[in-house]
Design a protein around this ligand. Structure first.
Ligand code: ATP
Ligand code: MG
Length: 390
């Protein structure tokens, strides 16, 4: 029998009637994500998903690594299947976990018995396997409370499975069980993190990026494509909508009071995001805004921003410190790209003295001279769509 991967479901087990549909979604997310690594069977039983290679060529390590970043999974282990006898189980533990058993100082055996026909109770099985391992590996002492190594034995329907300490999974909920959103993706540190955080809550996300050539360079755009690509192990396949923003910014500069430039620009971003959202059936817009981080992220500024769209605006970073955001950004691997020094359209035409506590009616009045609908249409007409796969 071939080594396989066992995945433990997180919050999904609390989902009552929808649970089955959600599990199916998770399984199909997994199938799609591990497809490049060969032929696998993915099945879900008793709060566990089994990922079994169907031939010798399948790259189990590659698939395992992919599963680390799939939301909905709290723990993952590579496991060895064996016959459902106590001798076979002991033999599997001894050989499959040999290195870990030789290097650990303390251990315990934890058995689960989903197959109630198995002739020993879980406790008896743990005692048997634990006792034998204790004799075989003189370096080991049993420790029931804080063992370095847990030898897990699961007796299930088809076989028994032996594995060591599980690894922590990505957590969260399977992408797309909670609907669809539009994430505004800039080249900064924040928006890749906000995207990651909402994908983690089970949202399927399309990305929208605004660029303003010639004020922003091709490299700035490439950087965003790269960030979007770096997010796909979490979000799954997605679409990056790249929308030209130059005309809007130039019109704002020509026709609006300077102190409102950024606020008005952000309102255009929301209008366009809303339009993209309507097209893809989105139920929300996601941004990387954070309370008080910059002038356009005060309470009044955020209110004036979201006044321009109907969809709810989710700002998962709103209560986080920069340091906390940076640490997530490092963890998910976007930080290095985010800090590449290319300009964003937000940094073009920034007012010298931006309005930090704008009144809604003042902002609306400040943009009144603009042909808003036409500008939005023309920007959307120049939209470029990039399909991203992991
Ligand atoms: P980030 O680090 O994500 O760029 P920021 O701290 O620089 O954020 P702003 O520039 O005010 O803050 O942008 C706030 C949010 O607006 C961003 O997090 C992002 O969601 C969105 N945004 C900003 N610029 C763009 C852009 N060029 N394209 C798409 N969305 C953008
Ligand atoms: Mg930015």
């Amino acid at each position: 029998m071939q080594e396989l991967i066992l995945l433990k479901l997180g919050e999904l087990v609390l989902k009552g009637l929808n649970r089955h549909t959600f599990e199916e979604r998770l399984c199909s997310n997994i199938r799609r994500r591990i497809h490049p690594y060969g032929k696998f069977q993915v099945t879900s039983k008793q709060s566990t998903i089994y990922v079994e290679p169907l031939n010798e060529d399948a790259d189990l390590d590659g698939a395992f690594d992919a599963c680390r970043r799939i939301f909905g999974i709290v723990a993952l282990s590579k496991a060895h299947p064996c016959e459902k006898t106590k001798e076979a189980i002991l033999e599997a533990a001894k050989t499959y976990l040999k290195e870990q058993l030789e290097s650990a100082k303390t251990f315990k055996v934890e058995s689960k018995r989903a197959d109630k026909n198995f002739p020993m109770t879980s406790i008896q099985l743990s005692q048997y396997v634990g006792g034998e391992l204790d004799d075989l590996f003189p370096n080991l002492t049993a420790d029931m409370h804080h063992p370095e190594l847990v030898v897990n034995v699961e007796v299930r329907e088809k076989a028994a499975y032996v594995h060591g300490n599980p690894e922590q999974g990505a957590g969260g909920l399977p992408v797309s069980i909670n609907g669809v959103g539009v994430s505004l993706l800039s080249g900064g540190i924040d928006s890749p993190v906000s995207t990651y955080m909402m994908a983690k809550r089970g949202l399927a996300l399309d990305f929208v990026h605004f660029f303003s050539p010639p004020y922003t360079s091709d490299q700035a755009k490439e950087k965003v494509v790269e960030l979007a690509q770096l997010l796909t192990p979490y979000t799954g396949r997605t679409i990056l909508h790249i929308v030209p923003f130059t005309e809007i910014q130039e019109e704002i500069r020509k026709n609006c009071p300077e102190e409102y430039f950024t606020l008005i620009m952000r309102r255009f971003m929301m209008r366009i995001a809303q339009r993209v959202g309507e097209r893809i059936g989105a139920g929300c817009i996601v941004t990387g805004e954070c309370l008080g981080q910059v002038a356009s992220q005060t309470l009044e500024a955020m209110r004036s921003t979201e006044d321009a769209c109907d969809l709810p605006v989710f700002r998962p970073l709103v209560g986080m410190d920069k340091e906390e955001i940076v640490s997530v950004s490092r963890k998910i691997g976007t930080f290095g790209t985010s800090i590449l020094p290319y300009e964003d359209c937000c940094t073009v035409f920034t007012p010298r003295h931006p309005k930090t506590h704008p009144q809604l009616d003042e902002v609306r009045a400040a943009e009144a001279a603009l042909p808003i609908r036409e500008l939005v249409e023309r920007a959307l007409a120049g939209e470029e769509k990039l399909k991203l796969k992991w």
